[in-house]
Design a protein around this ligand. Structure first.
Ligand SMILES: [Zn+2]
Length: 470
């Protein structure tokens, strides 16, 4: 239970950039302009327990610990009123994997190319290819397709939808995680491509990083579990409607509708300062303005043919094709990674969410598929386990990290789910969607047929008090 004090509405803390790290409250202000990843990512930590954010984003715990030791502590702060975060560095599995990743892949002596930021390098060529493809797709759509008639508008709108989905899966995702480049402005700019394709980079950072990444597949705390409701039911603990038994049939109609629902959700989030699952405590006015400016930019790009002589029917057809294709590709690719039977958290894990072994949770709630080709086209979303363990590492490194994760998971006896191909995992996903339409409880959809297909009880870390940063 949280304490009665309310630090979010206490005038004493109104102008303080407070955060809680391992049961201690700190003022981030002195470090605000010095964070190597940029203040825009530090903002995510303001007004909440940032322990999982800090520990999952920094390969070198001793460096982030030292930063906290140098920050002013807020004595008397009502720490008990702040919901507790999981603690990745208390996970023996995560520590074992991370220690090998930092020494075997990135070199603790910092002599590897890229130095101490090597884990954020390597994505430049992919970024240039993706941005270039999107520019070509938009030019074809705006200048050739829609002005030539309805059918060319559909064809070029669909191509633009593919290019938009490629952006959504890759450079916006990795950029918003701060992982595409050692340069803050590059990550920020690539992150804002999410606004161009119709999302909101600001809302995405909070929803995806604060809610989804920290609490992957937790029925109560990961908003991605709820995003599709009531249209689609991805967890048996959600209310079951009569139409869910048909959800595997209407799934492909529902996905493009979800794209439209996100537009409404972004504006609602702006008005309430609350994107689903994560209040926007740290968002600056400039960041809030990007939500509106981004929508203006997106619809200007999408409706541009109307100002170049295209008919209303051709523009409508092009917009519909773009929306359907982009929505379908994004939704299918995001959904398969966490919505197969073995990735669901069992009914009762026997403790509070923050007490779980965060490393085990990340491994067992995701499923990998494919390898390097899938990695290039999905920005590493195919290697979802590795992405969840290392969201601040550029996706090009995930195939190498995967070998370490596989070995350490095997040593620890933790199930590690992987499929050889996208059709392989997609078939399991479709079966899951069908089963979830009628399941009474989460256990109904488990398939204990192979070690990879068994829902794993989440581990809990030692109850021994962890060392505080100070
Ligand atoms: Zn992510």
């Amino acid at each position: 239970m949280h304490g009665a004090a309310d630090p979010w509405n206490d005038p004493k803390y109104a102008d303080v950039k407070w955060t809680v790290y391992r049961d201690r409250a700190y003022d981030l202000q002195p470090f605000y302009d010095k964070h190597p990843g940029g203040s825009w990512l530090l903002n995510l930590a303001i007004g909440r327990d940032c322990t999982a954010l800090i520990e999952s984003y920094h390969l070198r715990p001793e460096v982030s610990d030292a930063r906290f030791r140098g920050l002013p502590k807020l004595d008397g702060f009502p720490v008990d009123s702040v919901p507790k975060s999981p603690r990745p560095n208390d996970s023996p599995l995560y520590n074992a994997i991370r220690d090998r990743v930092r020494t075997e892949l990135f070199g603790d002596d910092h002599k590897y190319s890229g130095g101490r930021f090597a884990h954020r390098t390597g994505g430049d060529a992919a970024a240039a290819t993706i941005v270039g493809t999107a520019a070509v797709a938009w030019t074809l759509y705006a200048k050739c397709g829609a002005v030539a008639g309805v059918l060319p508008a559909i064809a070029t709108g669909a191509f633009l939808g593919l290019a938009g989905a490629w952006i959504g899966l890759t450079i916006q995702h990795c950029g918003n995680h701060g992982a595409m480049s050692p340069k803050v402005w590059v990550n920020n700019a690539l992150g804002m491509t999410d606004d161009l394709i119709g999302g909101s980079s600001l809302m995405w950072r909070y929803h995806h990083q604060v809610s989804h990444h920290i609490h992957c597949n937790d029925n109560a705390l990961d908003q991605d579990v709820h995003t599709a409701m009531p249209l689609l039911r991805f967890d048996a603990r959600q209310p079951k409607k009569w139409f869910h038994k048909y959800q595997h049939l209407y799934l492909f109609l529902a996905f493009p509708l979800m794209q439209l629902a996100f537009q409404v959700g972004d504006i609602q989030g702006l008005l309430t300062r609350d994107c689903e699952g994560a209040k926007l405590h740290g968002a600056t006015n400039l960041e809030l303005a990007t939500v509106v400016l981004g929508k203006i930019a997106h619809f200007s790009l999408l409706l541009a043919p109307a100002f170049m002589g295209a008919s209303a029917a051709a523009v409508a057809a092009g917009v519909a094709a773009f929306t359907a294709v982009q929505g379908m590709v994004l939704a299918c690719t995001f959904a398969v990674s966490h919505n197969v039977a073995e990735a669901k958290i069992p009914e009762d894990t026997g403790g509070e969410a923050w007490e779980r072994d965060w490393g085990v949770q990340q491994v067992v709630t995701s499923a990998d598929w494919g390898d390097k080709i899938g990695n290039f086209f999905t920005g590493g979303l195919n290697l979802q386990v590795e992405h969840h363990l290392f969201p601040a590492v550029c996706f090009v490194h995930y195939p190498a990290i995967r070998k370490i994760v596989r070995e350490e998971a095997a040593k620890a006896g933790v199930p590690y789910s992987e499929y050889r191909t996208l059709p392989g995992v997609f078939a399991e996903f479709m079966k899951f969607v069908k089963d979830m339409g009628t399941a009474e409880q989460i256990g109904d959809i488990a398939e204990p047929a192979s070690p990879n297909r068994t829902m794993c009880p989440l581990g809990f870390v030692s109850k021994e008090p962890a060392p505080a940063a100070a």
